[in-house]
Design a protein around this ligand. Structure first.
Ligand SMILES: Cc1cc2nc3c(=O)[nH]c(=O)nc-3n(C[C@H](O)[C@H](O)[C@H](O)COP(=O)(O)OP(=O)(O)OC[C@H]3O[C@@H](n4cnc5c(N)ncnc54)[C@H](O)[C@@H]3O)c2cc1C
Length: 408
């Protein structure tokens, strides 16, 4: 097990500087344009693919870094560049992780390369779990998967919503109920291969922030996929369902805890994205406060402004420490006895919202315009307290973990 460290090693610093260079030279200059266009920034994804940032190999390397700092460092730098573009670059990872977590080696080898494509022909992937009536309460999802034994095919029907890259993805990973009576224990994940009839993009959402990231409904109308598209395979699913049915009354807790551990491990990455956005806004505000003069002196000469910057930086550093701690715990298999993963996401996302709002205040009228990036950063920051579990859900998880009580 690696010791917890607050220092990046030389190799990590090199990767961080390389990512920072890409964020500063390629992502940041393109941010305002793609925010206004509200379209997927394909040329930027292609650039990222060319240099090796848009690839499973890169994220796998960071993920398996035993210090746990690889992923948070990478997320912070890319999202420092711009949240919408960075989500377009890392969004495929959500679907890839779905396959890595549940798929067989053959499924991983077949589908993940098709999710990314290559530098000359980049593709994206989508992970479709949320539904119009199943957001925070994901156990209540209604999309059904029914097995057609005669054809060895699964038939999917339902409507997914809020899917990042939904409808434009080459590969969709869809979570559906195989046995609705078992709640989340009766769910399974399916690959929907490119060009499968019956899958269509529904409404594309016009959003408040992260507008360079495509978010849409995905409608599944009698979508037939081969039996081999069930992640993990039929035998494993049947065993799992049989165990879940047996444990339905007495042992349900164990399954719930396994799912919770997965969320605890993935939430620090979202926390790191929030730290990136917060740091970006803080840097703009600090610079502005030192150069903007009113009443014959830089505005930072006023404690009212300087103290805000002191608080902003303190909260950003505190958020990063919570993120790094949780990420180190996840990689090293430490139990999340106080829901440290949720804590990191909660604190970092709330910090990003607060700090970006303070940055607008420090820039005054300029902060309120699209001439300066903090207005966009504030709109972007609002997503962090919503996706991957809202702040309320994080608090619920933390409170339940601390108390052992079924707090509602
Ligand atoms: C831009 C964007 C991208 C997304 N990308 C994806 C994606 O790629 N794939 C995917 O599957 N999903 C995705 N999502 C969905 C996202 O995870 C959900 O929006 C989120 O889980 C919240 O669900 P909801 O929007 O239905 O809100 P609701 O669950 O309806 O919540 C509404 C409000 O009620 C509160 N609330 C709900 N239950 C409780 C409770 N028990 N106690 C206290 N408060 C509660 C919530 O905190 C929130 O404030 C995305 C969403 C957005 C906006």
């Amino acid at each position: 097990m690696a010791e917890f460290t607050m220092e990046l090693n030389d190799e990590q610093k090199e990767v961080r500087d390389w990512l920072h260079g890409f964020a500063a030279d390629v992502i940041r200059p393109a941010a305002a344009e793609w925010d206004e266009r509200e379209e997927t920034p394909w040329p930027v994804i292609q650039e990222a693919a060319k240099v090796g940032i848009y690839s499973l190999d890169f994220y796998a390397q960071q993920y398996f870094d035993p210090t746990g700092l690889g992923i948070p460092m990478a997320m912070e730098e890319l999202f420092w560049g711009d949240a919408g573009i960075a989500l377009s670059i890392v969004g495929t990872g959500l679907a890839a992780v779905g396959v890595l977590a549940n798929g067989t080696e053959e499924q991983i080898g077949t589908w993940i390369p098709q999710m990314y494509g290559d530098a000359n022909d980049v593709k994206v992937a989508a992970f479709c779990s949320s539904e119009p009536d199943a957001g925070s309460d994901v156990a209540s999802l209604r999309t059904r998967a029914v097995y057609d034994e005669a054809k060895d095919e699964w038939v999917l029907n339902g409507t997914k919503t809020w899917a990042t890259n939904g409808g434009i993805a080459n590969v969709h990973v869809v979570v559906a109920a195989v046995d609705p009576e078992l709640g989340s224990k009766g769910h399974a994940s399916f690959i929907v291969p490119p060009g499968t009839p019956g899958l269509a993009q529904g409404q594309k959402f016009k959003k408040h922030g992260i507008r360079a990231s495509h978010t849409a409904e995905v409608v599944l109308d009698n979508v037939r996929v081969p039996g081999a598209c069930l992640l993990g395979g039929k035998e494993k699913l049947d065993e799992r369902l049989a165990r879940a049915r047996e444990r339905a009354k007495t042992g349900g807790e164990r399954v719930k805890n396994a799912a919770m551990a997965t969320f605890e491990a993935s939430r620090p990455a979202v926390g790191a994205m929030a730290v990136g956005t917060a740091r970006a806004a803080y840097e703009v505000a600090l610079d502005y406060a030192k150069t903007r003069e009113q009443f014959g002196r830089p505005i930072i000469d006023n404690q009212g402004v300087a103290f805000q910057l002191a608080d902003m930086r303190t909260q950003i550093d505190a958020a990063r420490l919570l993120v790094w701690r949780a990420s180190w715990m996840a990689v090293n298999g430490k139990p999340f006895t106080a829901a440290e993963g949720s804590m990191s996401k909660l604190y970092a996302s709330e910090t990003a919202k607060k700090v970006t709002a303070q940055a607008i205040q420090i820039l005054g009228g300029n902060g309120y315009t699209r001439e300066y990036p903090v207005e966009r950063m504030h709109r972007d920051a609002a997503i962090y307290t919503i996706f991957e579990g809202t702040s309320e859900i994080q608090r619920l998880v933390i409170a339940r973990t601390l108390s052992g009580m079924p707090i509602r």
